[in-house]
Design a protein around this ligand. Sequence first.
Ligand SMILES: [Zn+2]
Length: 282
Amino acid sequence: MANQIDEVMGLCALCGPDNGQTRVLRQSHFLPKSVYRYLNLSKSENTKLLLRTSKKNRVFSMGKQIVQALLCDTCEGLMSVRGEDYYSKMMLRVDVKNKMPSPAYKILKESLMHLWKTPGNGYGPNMILSIGSNLFRAIDSRQLYHFVIGMFWKSTFDNWEHCSVMPLEASLIEGMRKFLLGGDSLAGYIVRIVPSFWREKHGVVFPGLLKRQPFFSIQQFDFYLENDERQFNRAISIDAVPLFYTIDSMRSESTFQGMSGIYKNAKQTKSAEETQLSWPAE
Ligand SMILES: [Zn+2]
């Protein structure tokens, strides 16, 4: 009996529009649970996770994890198996004890930085190097693409505490939903992942528009959704996932400054005052 009091019934946001079935809805996480786990693992002792909301310019200690009744059991499982679990394992799982980066970070740094630094390739601090997902066989980019689209899709729902709704066109949101259930990738769009090789980032920027582009950031990676017909067609023509890995030191630096600036400029509330933002010095 006790368990049933908390049960929420409704139309699942992912499969509901197709099957019209009322189901038990799970308390779905906005950020995968593992993100909180790794943030907690990598923070210093006696400090807290801080949160600045989109509405008020105040920083406070992050209380509970952000959830809402959104998906049925089947769709929760689908989101985990098709992308979230892989993302956690490959991009998030840092070896805190031995100070080792996540597997994907290591692979990307070794290969991208090598290309970037090779004399004669012509890459320098102000140049952008972008590589298609097909060239990284050690990374299952299809799973990462599913995770990233899942994050952007979830951000279009209201009722995530402290978060603003991502204002995307209804047709794009519907395209995301169809893709997440097993449909085609979003026509005309690419996902871009920009790793931060020059700065350590210990934070999250919830999905929102950055210079009118859908963006979010978790730890060492920034994620973008870009309208780019040409790159999309290029990827699809060789049967590659429309996802690109990009070295862009200026873009990376600007999101770092944005993230740390948000904290510096916000009002610290009592719950946050024992924790000072202390990322590696500039
Ligand atoms: Zn469902």
